[in-house]
Design a protein around this ligand. Structure first.
Ligand code: HEM
Length: 125
């Protein structure tokens, strides 16, 4: 039984910042979803804003002190018509990156649980 919060087990502010960089880069290299993300390379300011929101989302959702000021999940993904295969591809990327960063299996499972709980707010909204 561990007493560290999910935020701490993800490496806190620095760990989460590194995770977000790699997750976005991995999405951009994943043929199943890269078309959704590659256009952001042409708009670095917007990309930085989204990365900031992703960091705050992960931090506040895992027990960290940061406040999430981005849009709600349905608002952020509305009109993208994200399907199940794309959703699974994104979740696979996240779990791969957590693994590459040495995050333990129990913690990865917790993140998977949170990702699944958000599915209905992100797919086909
Ligand atoms: C575990 C599932 C997911 C989570 C937790 C998640 C979370 C987020 C968050 C927090 C933002 C920032 C919102 C903002 O800036 O206001 C965002 C933006 C975005 N997400 Fe997701 N997302 C997920 C799945 C997906 C999937 C499957 C796709 C497409 C394949 C996707 C595509 C995007 C795009 C393109 C943006 C940028 C929107 C913009 O232009 O500002 N997301 N996501």
């Amino acid at each position: 039984m561990t007493t560290a919060t999910l935020y701490e087990r993800l490496g806190g502010e620095r760990g989460i910042a590194a995770l977000v960089e790699d997750i976005v880069e991995t999405h951009m290299q994943n043929p199943r979803i890269q078309a959704r993300f590659l256009p952001y390379r042409e708009d670095p300011a917007h990309l930085e804003e989204v990365k900031g929101h992703l960091r705050d989302f992960l931090s506040s959702g895992s027990g960290g002190p940061q406040e999430y000021r981005g849009r709600s999940m349905p608002e952020a993904h509305r009109g993208m018509n994200i399907n199940e295969a794309e959703y699974m591809a994104a979740v696979d990327d996240i779990l791969d990156v957590l693994d590459r960063h040495g995050i333990d299996p129990q913690t990865r499972l917790e993140v998977l649980g949170i990702a699944y709980s958000l599915k209905g707010e992100i797919m086909y909204v």
